[in-house]
Design a protein around this ligand. Structure first.
Ligand code: NAD
Ligand code: 2HG
Length: 520
């Protein structure tokens, strides 16, 4: 297995990959999509921070790539839709740098309040720049937090600790979190009119781009301040310069920019009322160590056990739930392949998790079954894109939880329909994966083995005839399961030690009394 680590990922996370036997390739940021595409050749996982954009073009031919990992919070530099369409999981590690980003925002508040950068620059230039650098105290001032998530809430807590009044705007906060929080919520208009300093802590999305537009910044009180240590593009940079020049805003501090790195000739660099840092929010050794190790563990667990944490395009699956569903996964893959052979153009799939299987987390099982059912047809289908692919191809997927296991403690019943066919497979785990009934007929076989499925006339001598033909073809029978279908026909599942070649298959199909024969 191979991981490509771009953008300066902390070595502690990379060491976990090496310990697990992975090849680790370390790279500087790769800005060019074509260059990233070629670097991704043969790569199973790629790790990025904010410098390497992972675009649709870059991953279009990344046939081995299973995970894109963001060593941090924001996934706005990753084309998540394109990754999902290609069946690639996208993971992040937002908890690892919350404190670092929040402390940076607080540092920017102090830097603005006490002119720290100007004072420092003057001192370094041989001056004693005391005059003109009178600041203000943060205690008693009003901080308006936009986005009261992990970082926003941490900033709020710290600001309360230094005696600021804090209020927030976050329309998506779960009501329970809003109710128990100590920060009053306001509408955006109310917050802008109320705050002395507005600080942003939202992700960059279509909705939040230019959230602080010229009109919104004009709604901040004259003499107010803006801090953006979240994402470039949340603040309209040209409008910010205008309002600083007009004197409507007294100052601003930016850690993130529309274009990163910021252009050398950007007018932002020259503005005396602006404090700028080069996207340093997450740049503490603790945060970098945390995000790289959290991300590495998430990726290794996902690949090794199927557990899902910190994934933006798959439902979570705890380690314990992964252990419970783990043994069922090979069965689901095999049943998907079997169903695809029985009904090559499926339009409806109904899975019943009967008996005690209803206690399992069925989401990864269903996704894997669908991926396996569709994946044999064409393209790259994984549990990440299986349900979207099914919808796109007109395959309805339904699940029933619970119900009678019909003599089995745990039973999966899979009905697949399409093209005028309707087939039913019932399976369980009993000393490994077992199909126990096919179309209601009791025949037991291991769906992971080489199997011939036969429908034949229910008359004496069939087993002998077919058995000797297989013997003549050099194929050994491991198990011959036969069940009467009740209509003068029988069904057989013949487990064999190797695949039968096409010529011998044709011969078997031509045997009198054999009505159909399929090799699985
Ligand atoms: N400067 C840095 O180095 C740095 C470091 C870490 C994170 N970040 C940025 O900070 C952002 C926030 O990180 P987090 O871990 O707190 O994320 P989070 O998901 O915990 O919190 C984001 C909050 O924003 C709210 N929100 C979303 N859209 C909103 C809108 N239109 N208006 C108001 N609120 C809205 C959400 O409800 C949520 O509560 C990240 O997305 C990332 O872009 C920057
Ligand atoms: O990796 C970084 O330096 C920045 C990370 C930060 O922007 C994030 O979204 O987590």
């Amino acid at each position: 297995m191979k991981v490509l680590a771009c953008d300066g990922i902390h070595d502690d996370g990379l060491a976990l990959f090496r310990d697990a036997g992975w090849e680790v390739v370390v790279s500087d940021p790769i800005k060019d999509p074509a260059a990233l595409a070629s670097a991704l050749d043969g790569v199973d996982a790629v790790l990025v921070r904010s410098a390497t954009p992972v675009t649709a073009e870059a991953i279009a031919d990344a046939t081995k790539l299973r995970v894109i990992g963001r060593a941090g919070a924001g996934v706005d530099t990753i084309d998540v839709d394109a990754a999902t369409a290609r069946g690639i999981a996208v993971m992040n590690a937002p908890d690892g740098n919350t404190l670092a980003a929040a402390e940076h925002a607080i540092s920017l508040l102090f830097a603005l309040a006490r002119h720290i950068p100007k004072a420092d620059a003057g001192m370094k230039a041989g001056q004693w720049p005391k005059a003109g650098l009178t600041g203000f105290e943060l205690e008693g001032k009003r901080l308006g937090v936009i986005g009261l998530g992990r970082i926003g809430a941490t900033v709020a807590r710290k600001a309360l600790g230094i005696g600021m009044e804090v209020a927030a705007y976050d329309p998506f906060l779960p009501p329970a979190a809003a109710a128990k929080g100590s920060v009053p919520l306001k509408t955006l208009d109310e917050l802008l009119a109320w705050a002395d300093i507005v600080t942003l802590h939202v992700p960059r999305t279509k909705e939040t781009t230019n959230l602080l537009s010229e009109a919104r910044m004009r709604a901040i009180k004259p003499g107010g301040y803006v801090v953006n240590a979240a994402r470039g593009g949340l603040v309209d940079e040209a409008a910010l310069l205008k309002l600083l020049d007009e004197g409507h805003l007294a100052g601003a501090a930016l850690d993130t920019f529309v274009t990163e790195p910021l252009q050398a000739d950007s007018p932002l660099r020259a503005h005396p009322k602006l404090i700028l840092t080069p996207h340093l929010g997450a740049s503490t050794s603790e945060a970098q160590q945390a995000v790289s190790t959290i991300l590495a563990r998430q990726i290794l667990d996902f690949i090794d056990t199927g557990a899902v944490a910190g994934c933006v395009n798959l439902p979570p699956l705890t380690a314990e739930a992964a252990r419970e569903v783990g043994p069922w996964m090979p069965l689901m893959s095999a049943l998907g392949r079997l169903a695809a052979r029985l009904v090559p153009a499926p339009t409806r799939l109904h899975i019943t998790y009967a008996g005690r299987t209803d206690a399992l987390d069925t989401r990864p099982l269903t996704r894997l079954l669908v991926a396996s059912l569709l994946g044999t047809a064409s393209g790259r289908i994984t549990p990440v894109n299986a349900l979207a692919e099914a919808a796109g191809r007109g395959l309805t997927v339904a699940e029933t939880l619970g119900g009678d296991g019909d003599g089995f403690d745990r039973l999966l019943r899979i009905r697949v329909e399409g093209d005028g066919r309707s087939r039913e497979i019932e399976a369980t785990l009993h000393r490994g994966p077992r199909v126990v009934r096919l179309d209601g007929v009791e025949i037991e076989f291991d769906p992971l083995a080489n199997v011939l499925l036969m429908r034949n006339e229910d008359r004496p001598g069939m087993i002998g005839t077919v058995g000797s033909k297989l013997g003549a073809a050099g194929v050994n029978i491991v198990n011959f399961a036969l069940g009467a279908a009740g209509d003068g026909q029988a069904r057989a599942a013949i487990t064999i030690d190797r695949a039968v070649d096409d010529a011998h298959l044709a011969e078997l199909r031509a045997t009198p009394g054999v009505l159909s024969l399929q090799q699985i």
